[in-house]
Design a protein around this ligand. Sequence first.
Ligand SMILES: [Mn+2]
Length: 310
Amino acid sequence: MIWLPIVGDYADIDAYASILAYADLLNQRGKTARTYIPMAPNYSVPEELRLPDQENATFDFQPDDEAIILDVSIPEAINRLIPDGQILEIIDHHPGYETYWQERIGNKAIIEKIGAVATSIFEWWGECWDYGKISPQIARLLLGAILDNTLNFTANTTTERDRLAAKKLTEIANTTLADYTTWYFSAVSNAIISDLPQALLNDCKPLKSPLDSTSILGFGQLTLWAAKDIIKQQEQIQKIMNANYTDWIVSIICISEQKNYILTSSSSLDSYFTKLLGLKKQNQWLISNHLYLRKEIIGKVLVASSQDTL
Ligand SMILES: [Mn+2]
């Protein structure tokens, strides 16, 4: 049996779509594969896109089973569920652990610079099976994952491969990119606004504090087409984060303005991130002059700490 688990505390659309698509591909090819998705996916998966009958909430990992890990490569998070010896494949696009996995599992780890893991999974369908066998439901999920992870193709991490995959997926999903993009991002905004605490806490990643190696920052990120309503809720965001983390940073990605709106828990973190990202203060928010994904900010933190430049 091949398992495709969500690793970590939440499921976003890139992980969710990639896991469902890859499990479907394996099952169509006669290899028994099962998803493990123990929680409802976060705001990036609108209700209309969910496929509950393909979500399996129980995990019964046997010694001769194997696992495929998608959209994450943090060793501690993976090893909580899966020992190295039972990893069949890791496909990810987050920086930091490329060498670590290369040394342990060699070319079974594919950690590459690409906009979305969903793009890799889509390409894999074409390479080892048949694009015609992707269902419109799976195509809509993969397309949503590419839009979300590339911020509608504006993120620095976007590649031609992502654009090409999205184009082919709109045909399979029987839609146009313009229609689907409008629908997807408004569905996501509605989900965030309707339950801000859940949206924030279901997209928080732990990051070693750049100021104090013994402390862990909660790093929240929300991706919206327009940020104007959410930035008015600054006090509520602070309340939610303070109730759950001592040290934290929240990054609101505003796709239409191509900016991040950032809040942190302290003035020392404010000045750290201001220097790191060249931010400007406007009202209570720190604002960037171009868009940063969380994985890019974390990448910059890692580089700065290794060079001790900040
Ligand atoms: Mn991803």
